[in-house]
Design a protein around this ligand. Structure first.
Ligand SMILES: *Cc1c(COP(=O)(O)O)cnc(C)c1O
Length: 392
């Protein structure tokens, strides 16, 4: 039978081939990841866990799981190798948001207090936005960034002492600098809070040694697998071995039903790839490209939040141009450049408009871009912005 769906896929493929992709959370997966995710593994029900890795749980709730049991164990082992850790890992979360939900519920009760980075300063929706389950289920308190856009560790400590949170969360969706996990861990210890890291954006950098690792410092670590890790869309939760049972039951039966074994297969392929020399080189290049592009914007007189970048993304503060992030995003779309509007620290406009744009280099580095190409794209963006200003 013919399906209309393949027309959509072909058109989306053409769009992805044609456009310059600068959305910091996106990437292009390998053929092997696609093969795994598109496989017959989608047919299998496997609620529960492979028996061997569950301390006392009842294993799977369905028969016929002998192959997927091995697959899931293999996936877990590969991810532990990627992050050189003996933490427990749960590879079943359907997404980063699901991973965060289960991670919170593994150690918190509704109404407990979480201290996290505010959304307007670079945090994620699942870090306590009032429109998200996190903000509805828990009592959220936020730390912010200083006048230069850096995480204000003095503010983190002051808020922690004041609020006495049950859990302190580090990690962000729009933060371009190294996060000092050791300093966070110390504060969490001081106030007796669990310490959780959401490394969704920077996980690839951590895997390649381009960002300090939270392993050994955090009690819980969540990530997506589809951003800098360049794998199948999904989530992972790592935890100290003593929290394994709590985390596993928070994922299933706590917040999910049957795991997506085809996606777990895609995650396993991504882990194998992340262990290669080639991937490490790729991540080093992502960081070099980001620095080169960011420096070109600074050279052209643009304002960058924190004045630079240490990772795969940076935030252009376009307040001075008189243009909104939304207008620039829309105009760049017409020029085949895809990025997203983003709030900047001390934002004066609504989240629908914003005064900034977020730029990331992970996706186009996968397509082979190096410093020269990213500098050329920076100049093209500058030309579009100048044109928009001239028309105003
Ligand atoms: C992307 C992201 C998530 C959520 O991932 P989804 O798979 O989109 O649910 C969670 N936390 C952070 C910090 C992120 O950047």
């Amino acid at each position: 039978m013919e399906s209309k769906v393949f027309d959509f896929i072909a058109r989306e493929q053409a769009r992805q081939d044609r456009n310059i992709e600068l959305i910091a959370s996106e990437n292009f997966v390998s053929e092997n990841v696609l093969r795994a995710v598109g496989s017959i593994l989608t047919n299998k029900y496997s609620e529960g866990y492979p028996v061997e890795r569950t301390s006392g749980s009842r294993g799977r709730y369905y028969g016929g799981c002998e192959v997927v049991n091995e697959l899931e164990e293999y996936c877990c082992d590969q991810w532990r190798r990627v992050f050189k850790t003996d933490y427990h890992v749960n590879v079943q979360p359907h997404s980063g948001s699901q991973a965060n939900m289960a991670a919170y519920l593994s150690v918190l009760k509704p109404g407990d207090r979480i201290l996290s980075m505010s959304l307007s300063n670079g945090g994620h929706l699942t870090h306590g936005s009032p429109v998200n389950f996190s903000g509805k289920l828990f009592e959220l308190h936020f730390y912010g960034v200083d006048a230069n856009g850096f995480i204000d560790m003095a503010d983190v400590r002051a808020k922690a002492l004041e609020v006495r949170p049950n859990l302190i969360l580090a990690g962000a969706s729009a933060y371009s600098r190294i996060i000092d996990f050791a300093a966070f861990a110390e504060i969490a210890k001081e106030v007796g809070a669990y310490f959780m890291v959401d490394m969704a954006h920077i996980a690839g950098l951590i895997a390649a040694g381009d960002h300090p690792s939270p392993f050994g410092l955090a009690d819980l670590i969540t990530t997506t697998t589809h951003k800098t890790l360049r794998g199948a869309r999904g989530g992972l939760i790592f935890c100290r071995p003593e929290l394994a049972k709590k985390v596993d039951s928070a994922v299933f039966p706590g917040t999910q039903g049957g795991p997506l074994q085809h996606v777990i297969a895609g995650k396993a392929v991504a882990a194998e790839e992340a262990l290669t020399e080639e991937y490490q080189e790729y991540i080093h290049q992502v960081v070099k490209n980001c620095r080169a592009m960011c420096e070109e914007f600074l050279r052209m007189g643009y304002k960058v939040v924190t004045g630079g970048t240490d990772n795969h993304l940076f935030l252009l503060d376009i307040t001075d141009t008189g243009l909104t992030g939304k207008a620039v995003q829309d105009e760049l779309d017409l020029h085949g450049i895809t990025l997203n509007k983003n709030t900047v620290p001390g934002e004066t406009r609504s989240p629908q408009l914003t005064s900034g744009v977020r730029i990331g280099t992970a996706a186009m580095t996968t397509k082979g871009y190096r410093e020269a190409e990213f500098i050329a794209v920076a100049r093209k963006i500058d030309a579009v912005i100048k044109e928009m200003q001239a028309k105003k």
